[in-house]
Design a protein around this ligand. Structure first.
Ligand code: I3P
Length: 126
């Protein structure tokens, strides 16, 4: 799936579609709304795009500005309580934003969990 050749040198894990739901903003609970999002992991940020670069190009649109999440001081953990879905990870940022990421294919989300955890550990310790 790592097909997006357009991302910068800091990219750790290239784009892949995952299901995402933002469940809190600044500590305030939000109504859950799952959407499919193109996720790119950089050394200190997790980026959420509406669509892959390839699709943006195919649709003759610019790639669009992603939503970004600062991984410094973030916490990432598996959760079975925040959703009825399987294979859900929760990311809580230092400013109190909470996201769920989910994929039906366990190895997919497991790979993202491990990579995001590594990025969080290295950006938070240095
Ligand atoms: C939510 C929707 C979500 C579900 C959530 C529901 O209802 O069904 O898919 O989350 O459960 O509240 P609505 O569309 O009416 O907002 P999961 O799929 O993750 O279970 P929740 O309230 O237990 O988070």
């Amino acid at each position: 799936h790592n097909v997006d050749g357009s991302v910068g040198p800091q990219t750790i894990l290239k784009g892949e579609y995952l299901n995402k739901a933002k469940i809190a903003e600044g500590g305030k609970k939000l109504r859950k709304n799952w959407t499919s999002t193109w996720v790119v992991l950089c050394s200190n940020r997790l980026l959420f795009y509406k669509e892959s670069k390839q699709e943006a190009v195919a649709n003759l649109k610019p790639g669009g500005k992603p939503d970004g999440v600062d991984l410094c001081g973030a916490v990432i953990e598996w959760t079975t309580e925040k959703s009825s879905r399987k294979h859900v990870i929760q990311i809580t940022t230092s400013n109190g934003h909470e996201f769920l990421l989910q994929a039906d294919h366990f190895p997919t989300i497991s790979k993202w969990h491990d990579a995001i955890k590594k990025a969080v550990d290295s950006v938070s310790s240095g």
